[in-house]
Ligand binder design. Structure first.
Ligand code: FES
Ligand SMILES: [Fe+2]
Length: 401
């Protein structure tokens, strides 16, 4: 992280603490149509133009450490194999046999020497090449070389594996650049996945995601857990290109709810000790970085009114009794804070789909909710969205890169 950016962050936070009025230079945010959160047509547009064309976090390298290790990514009606080849490369393939389409793998993770189809036993190498076809003489003109598994774009940022179903997409590094340069001084390469929590919720994926993009609710919903640790007035939002952002919040007592009573690693830039620095990354991710580790939160669509929340807990590379006990305790703490939020989602969803709330209203500190919604529209193509479902594009001039 260049010193200049660090200085800027401290200045921004100080300005936010001193602010007593709505900033004159910042636009009034129009209401966001509620229908975006329940309408089937809008949901279909998101799937087609956004989910299937954006870089999406799929797995971490620590989940596929050895050749032959794989993990399935199964969202928005696709099943994709993330696997490590004999050459050490991580690749992604559609989990679709080239014979008649059976899924090659059905277990969510495991280790294989080859992908062998459970239907008629066609076999594929870890590099996706078709290598064996039982009773091959029954096929006319079957060229193995012409029938490999279909590859999916797969690129890695500092241990985090992303996929993109759009072959023509920009490189991952370009897409993430506005956000990744904010955390160049956080030693992400030393981290591994410790645990994952999955929760199904009765709301649109955005209803759940929005909850993580503001701190306004912390003093009420998390009054006893998170609130005593965070100076909510200092919550500073920096919008970044491509729908990303960076948040910074001063810690009240130099700790967070999760790190209280825990010894922090020494070698950390002071700004991570003095602030909770959080990264919302488009389209569906959020993490609040902390020297003790952090949770990579993801929100997946499972229908207009259903979503899956995934919390991937990332910690340091050690594996002893003390570390395991710490992460077991962390899992409990995460679930208890999550439970403070969860009860709200279904009532919000009901209010929106009842038509009683035509649009949601956002304040200055909730601007990231508006910003990523703007990016959704840009990705879908504004002209493809029926007028009553669009939002106005008002924030582009307020985003940095
Ligand atoms: S569908 Fe896979 S071998 Fe037949
Ligand atoms: Fe919350």
């Amino acid at each position: 992280m260049p010193n200049e950016t660090t200085t800027l962050m401290y200045e921004q936070v100080a300005r936010e603490v001193a602010r007593t009025a709505y900033p004159e230079s910042f636009p009034t945010l129009p209401r966001v149509p509620s229908a975006r959160y329940y309408d089937q047509q809008f949901y279909d547009l998101e799937i087609e133009h956004m989910w299937r064309k954006s870089w999406i976090y799929a797995a971490h390298v620590s989940e596929v450490p050895e050749p032959g290790n794989y993990k399935l990514f199964e969202h928005f009606d696709r099943s994709i194999i993330i696997s490590r080849g004999l050459d050490g490369e991580v690749r992604a393939f559609h989990n679709v046999c080239r014979h008649r389409g059976a899924a090659l793998l059905t277990e969510q993770k495991g280790s294989v020497r080859r992908f062998v189809c459970p239907y008629h036993a066609w076999g594929y190498g870890l590099d996706g090449k078709l290598v064996s076809v039982p009773e091959a003489h029954n096929f006319s003109c079957l060229e193995k070389a012409e029938n490999p598994l279909t590859a999916v774009r797969c690129e890695i940022w500092r241990g985090f594996i992303f996929i993109n179903l759009d072959k023509g997409a920009e490189p991952l590094a370009d897409f993430l650049a506005p956000t990744t340069r904010q955390v160049a001084d956080f030693p992400l390469e030393d981290m591994v996945v410790k645990d994952t929590i999955l929760v199904e919720v009765d709301c649109n994926w955005k209803t759940a995601y929005d909850n993580f993009l503001e701190i306004y609710h912390v003093n009420t919903v998390h009054s006893k857990s998170l609130a005593p640790y965070l100076d909510s007035k200092s919550f500073t939002v920096s919008l970044l290109k491509n729908g990303h952002a960076r948040f910074a919040t001063r810690k009240k007592v130099g700790k967070t709810f999760f790190s209280d009573g825990v010894e922090e690693p020494e070698a950390f830039t002071a700004r991570f000790k003095e602030h909770t620095v959080a990264l919302p990354f488009f389209p569906n991710g959020f993490t609040a970085l902390d020297p003790i580790g952090f949770t990579w939160q993801l929100f997946w669509p499972a229908g207009p009114g259903k979503a899956i929340m995934q919390a991937v807990m990332m910690g340091w590379k050690k594996d002893d009794d003390e570390d395991r006990a710490f992460w077991a305790q962390m899992r409990e703490s995460q679930i208890s804070v999550l439970n403070e939020d969860l009860f709200l989602f279904s009532s919000i969803q009901r209010s929106m789909s009842s038509g009683e709330l035509p649009g949601i209203l956002l304040g200055f500190q909730e601007q990231q909710i508006y910003w990523y919604n703007e990016e959704i529209d840009r990705r879908i193509g504004i002209e493809n969205i029926p007028e009553h479902l669009r939002i106005q594009q008002v924030l582009a001039g307020h985003a940095g890169d």
